[in-house]
Design a protein around this ligand. Structure first.
Ligand code: OFO
Length: 173
């Protein structure tokens, strides 16, 4: 594995673990606001991000590279509203998508077809990652100040489970 590719993937492992930390922080925020469904949804999301990090981790090892772990940044801990949290999540996922696109560019520059092919799973996954948080933010925008809508959405989001979302580490979906 070329050092440039290895370095870029190691940075991505850090970014995925930061994503997990951010969503766990959002889960804690929702717990504090008595929104257990949103807290649970974010907790599942945090687990899914660890799964993403582990996919990269396993890939580097399969290619006889070396995973080097670095410190994880401190996530934001408070939001003005559930809508602001989901809007932040959407912005964050757009940033992660841009990172994945640059990784594809680096793999292509180095004619590393194995890495470019491996990354296609993430390109597709990011479409879903952006769409899922954006859809929730859209519903929150629609409800406005109506607390009944918030309660109903919270109940709906409680239904997300780790297995249904492909959150298990190393799961290929
Ligand atoms: Fe790993 O997709 Fe979100 O961040």
């Amino acid at each position: 594995m070329k050092p440039e590719i290895q370095d870029a993937i190691n940075k991505q492992i850090n970014a995925e673990l930061f994503s997990s930390y951010l969503y766990l922080s959002m889960s804690s925020y929702f717990e504090s606001k008595d929104l257990p469904g949103m807290a649970s949804w974010m907790r599942v999301q945090a687990q899914e991000e660890v799964g993403h990090a582990m996919k990269f981790f396993d890939f580097v090892n399969e290619r006889r590279g070396r995973v080097i772990l670095a410190g994880i940044g401190t996530p934001k801990t408070d939001w003005a509203s559930p809508l602001e949290a989901f809007e932040d999540a959407f912005k964050h996922e757009c940033g992660i998508s841009a990172r994945i696109d640059s990784l594809v560019d680096i793999a292509n520059e180095h004619k590393d077809h194995a890495t470019a092919t491996f990354l296609q799973w993430f390109v597709t996954e990011q479409v879903e990652e952006e769409a899922s948080v954006d859809a929730i933010a859209a519903k929150l925008r629609m409800f406005g100040e109506h607390s009944m809508g918030l309660v109903m959405l919270d109940r709906e989001l409680a239904g997300r489970t780790a297995s249904a979302s492909g959150a298990d580490a190393g799961e290929s979906e």
